[in-house]
Design a protein around this ligand. Structure first.
Ligand code: ADP
Ligand code: GLC
Length: 477
């Protein structure tokens, strides 16, 4: 059996700030069907340590980045885990990345270098065939394995979010356990400092990202976030594999959080969830008003400032919005003010709420995702599965997972949602007016919903692709 060590900074259901957690949490199970045994190394945050069962020490470090640490093996949240128990790095309350002042923990360089260092050591100790590191937090693992020399497993780095790159002062080099020679263009040197993600991209055998379109986009200056030049030199080894979602957790037929369960063959039962969603957000109980939804981090990536600008038009046309999200204060404030101004038509819940996310997906007509860039996006996949038509910007994974209701797609009966481009106010406004047009024809909307619900958004196909990739790496390593 192929053995893979995944190195991630979050995994659902233990710790989650975004889609990375969903991916890291779901991929191992999906891979077992492909004959791959994936185990995951996570930091020993309080939320992980408190749930860890039957833990055994695999290795102890007298000192790892400033304090004693040990790698434990055990189970938590249904996952087979290795946990880096390092109280000086992870035993602290609150957000896993940010301190109480809302800024990165000042020692994040050490916190995630330690994770990567422990992962690189562990991979050899357990004779893993492949190390699969995620984002900047895991990115030094291929770097350490490179400089350690000797026999090593194959390495994959997956880019989920290049907006975060792990960029630190160069004088940390030796404290991070990197050799002097690493401070070079052909090493971790990045704009005069140390770039974790830069180093990972350079030294991983394969670099993947989470959709084919984003894999192409990041080779351009517009989307490459200053790493496009380096990525172009690695273009032959860059691949996009679309994410799946856990179709057990996201299953409208069995979802106990819903007002009424439903399926493609019992689509009329979905109406009860629409009414429940309107009631939850204090919206008028109109069966006709097109109901738009948002479940998102509120950051500039997600383009919700564009939606905010389009809201007066949406409201004037008689539409409604149910929004769940948290993030930048200006966006939180903007949507709150809108809900106060139009209480019958706009409702917002500022916060993070998994249950409410399910209820929105089950209730709304359209799920809006106006992202400026989107490596994959999971919420539009949940929307498809729950019969809400995604209304999305045509970028990254949104371009790869939604079929726009243009004339050809409608005639062929294959449309699943609406796309717009570029991610700007005018184009979004136009897409919203197209959504109103679609709502005038219940048969078309029904077709759209059914197509989405029948689309395969599971991990089955992506897991096969990852398994094939690991297989190739085992052969070269
Ligand atoms: P990203 O990882 O960039 O935030 P994704 O769409 O890939 O975007 O994943 C976001 C995940 O987080 C999805 O599972 C989504 O349902 C969930 N999510 C985002 N915001 C919230 C929220 N406020 N409440 C509940 N779930 C949320
Ligand atoms: C990131 C991206 C998102 C992607 C997720 C999981 O957070 O922003 O598009 O779906 O990672 O890969």
């Amino acid at each position: 059996m192929l053995s893979v060590l995944s190195i991630a900074s979050e995994a659902f259901p233990l710790v989650k700030t975004g889609g990375l957690a969903d991916v890291a949490g779901a991929l191992p199970l999906a891979l077992t069907r492909e004959g791959v045994e994936m185990r995951t190394l996570l930091p020993g945050y309080p939320a992980v340590m408190s749930k860890l069962e039957a833990a055994e020490t695999v290795h102890a470090y007298p000192a790892l980045m400033g304090g004693p640490a040990q790698v434990l093996a055990g189970r938590a949240g249904g996952l087979d885990l290795f946990v880096l128990d390092a109280p000086h790095l992870y035993q602290r309350p609150g957000n896993i990345y940010l301190g109480p002042d809302g800024r990165d923990w000042p020692d994040n360089s050490f916190r995630f270098a330690a994770l990567a260092r422990a992962g690189a050591d562990l991979a050899k100790r357990i004779a893993a065939d492949v190390v699969h590191a995620h984002d900047w937090q895991g990115a030094l693992a291929p770097v350490y394995l490179h400089y350690d020399g000797g026999t090593r497993p194959g390495t994959v780095l997956t880019l989920h979010n290049m907006a975060f790159q792990g960029h630190y002062y160069g004088d940390l080099l030796s404290a991070l356990g990197l050799p002097a020679e690493a401070m070079a263009i052909e090493g971790v040197e990045y704009f005069g400092g140390i770039g974790f993600l830069k180093g990972g991209i350079l030294f991983a055998d394969k670099v993947t990202t989470v959709s084919p379109t984003y894999a192409r986009e990041i080779l351009t200056p517009e989307f490459g976030m200053a790493l496009d030049g380096l990525l172009r030199t690695r273009a032959a080894d860059v691949e996009g594999i679309v994410n799946g979602i856990d179709d057990e957790i996201w299953n409208p037929e069995t979802d106990a959080t819903l007002a009424k369960t439903y399926s493609a063959s019992r689509l009329d039962d979905r109406v009860a969830n629409r009414a429940a969603c309107q009631a939850r957000f204090g919206l008028s109980p109109s069966p006709e008003a097109p109901l738009f939804g948002v479940v998102s981090r509120l950051t500039s990536q997600k383009g919700l400032d564009l939606l905010l600008a389009c809201m007066p038009g949406l409201v004037a046309r008689g539409g409604q919005l149910a929004l769940l999200g948290a993030g930048e204060p200006s966006l939180e404030q903007g949507f709150r003010a809108l809900a106060a101004a139009y209480p019958d038509q706009v409702g917002c819940v500022i916060g993070y709420d998994e249950t409410l996310a399910h209820r929105i997906q089950a209730g709304v007509d359209f799920l809006v995702v106006p992202s400026r860039f989107e490596p994959c996006g999971l919420t539009q996949l949940c929307a498809l599965r729950y019969g809400a038509a995604p209304l999305v910007a045509r970028v990254g994974g949104l371009a790869d997972t939604v079929i726009d209701a243009n004339e050809a797609a409608l005639t062929a009966g294959v449309a699943t949602g609406l796309q717009f481009h570029p991610p700007e106010i005018g184009a979004l406004d136009h897409a919203i007016s197209r959504a109103f047009d679609l709502c005038r024809d219940p048969m078309v909307m029904r077709r759209l919903r059914l197509n989405g619900m029948r689309a395969d958004v599971s991990w089955r196909t992506p897991a096969k692709r990852y398994a094939a990739l690991y297989q190739k790496l085992r052969m070269v390593s």
